[in-house]
Design a protein around this ligand. Structure first.
Ligand SMILES: *Cc1c(COP(=O)(O)O)cnc(C)c1O
Length: 368
């Protein structure tokens, strides 16, 4: 009988086979929120009215769990077209969250010397997924006010010739919308594809959906997560057939499960309920921004999303984060994620009660 392998032998084996860029990564960390007011992940805080939950459960009761999902989910795509007024001549590709679509696109273009570019700070998955599929990630710093540095971005595009450029619109974690005119110049100057990531479209009026077809290299990425269905994991990429047709080949055939398909179709038929919730969140965001702006030592940034980035007194981000948490509210410290985010924290807009709990925890923590 073999002796059990030692830890050292095991580690040598793993080190020998797992690519160095993967070993150098830190797994995406999701903090434990049990017992806390959860304002860290841009979730919609509202549930559905009882009568709607009952109707939804009736729908789920008839879903055949013994069968594989519809691989093309055509009825769901029709609902998405309708709900989001997607252009009739644009294709749709569904993903298990928009994260999966980012991964699909990057797997399709990955190869020696290939690069991905995005302004930074931005959504951390662009860099993380680029790295683990073997692409080089190039971050171009945003200006001090988190607007695009157009000249630097165009110069980097010329020099690096990126296969993919990501523009989060509004940007996460800064919350602002980039200039649409600057974005148009970036799209026109990009040799590869440009993904406009509209994860927060429910909280602003701006979108590039109407620009689809104007350039051959524009794709728009959306998700139902921030809208109020984060648990379902449904993202969609919209754009020219030529691109999505290729990406569809590397999509695993049953990536959208039967419960997600049925639930998303149901929810989109009652889009009014979600729209009412997101309108309330946008209004409450303005209240929260005003209250933050009135606090000594706190500088909130203007946001077009369902969260607010704010700067606290120098050197206190970790202490504030912990003190707010000790008072029962979980937000996110962005300090250390990027030099431009020094002393910054990010809070998701929750219900009126949750927002009040956060603001009083912050007030008390500042005095502590
Ligand atoms: C949250 C977020 C996503 C991820 O959305 P999922 O559909 O839940 O995977 C994508 N892009 C940005 C900018 C985000 O903030």
């Amino acid at each position: 009988m073999n002796a059990r392998p030692t830890q050292d032998a095991m580690q040598a084996l793993v080190t020998g086979w797992v690519r160095p860029e993967v070993r150098a990564l830190t797994a995406y960390h999701v903090p434990d929120a049990s017992g806390l007011v959860k304002l860290d992940a841009m979730e919609n805080p509202y549930s559905w009215p009882q009568e709607l939950v009952r109707e939804w459960l009736d729908v789920l009761a008839s879903v055949p769990l013994n069968r594989y999902p519809d691989p093309h989910a055509a009825p769901l795509k029709d609902r998405l077209r309708e709900a989001f007024a997607l252009p009739a001549d644009a294709d749709i590709l569904l993903g298990n969250g928009s994260d999966e679509l980012i991964q699909l696109l990057l797997m399709a273009v990955a190869g020696p010397g290939r690069k991905v570019l995005a302004p930074e700070p931005t959504f951390s998955m662009y860099r993380m997924i680029s790295t683990f599929v073997g692409l080089e990630f190039v971050g171009v710093p945003l200006r001090r006010d988190y607007s695009l540095d157009l000249a630097a971005t165009l110069a980097a595009i010329r020099e690096q010739q990126p296969a993919v450029v990501f523009l989060a619109y509004p940007n996460n974690p800064t919350g602002n919308l980039f200039s649409a005119a600057d974005m148009a110049e970036i799209i026109a100057a990009s040799p590869g594809v440009v993904v406009v990531d509209e994860a927060y479209s429910a909280f602003c009026d701006a979108s590039f959906i109407g620009e689809l077809g104007r350039w051959p290299n524009l794709l728009v990425l959306r998700t139902l997560s921030k809208l109020g269905l984060a648990g379902l994991r449904l993202g969609f990429l919209v754009g020219p057939h030529a691109w999505l047709h290729e990406l569809d080949k590397i999509r695993l055939p049953y990536n959208i499960n039967v419960l997600t398909q049925a639930s998303a179709e149901f929810a989109l038929r009652r889009f009014d309920v979600l729209a009412e919730q997101t309108a309330r969140i946008s209004a409450d965001r303005e209240d929260m921004h005003a209250q933050l702006a009135a606090m000594p030592g706190i500088t909130p940034y203007a946001s077009q999303a369902n969260f607010i980035l704010f700067k606290g007194p120098a050197g206190r981000a970790a202490q504030l984060f912990n003190a707010i948490k000790a008072r029962g509210v979980l937000i996110k410290s962005m300090h250390g994620a990027h030099p431009a985010l020094a002393d910054c924290l990010r809070v998701t807009v929750g219900t009126a009660d949750e927002n009040a709990a956060f603001l009083s925890a912050l007030r008390a923590s500042l005095d502590a």
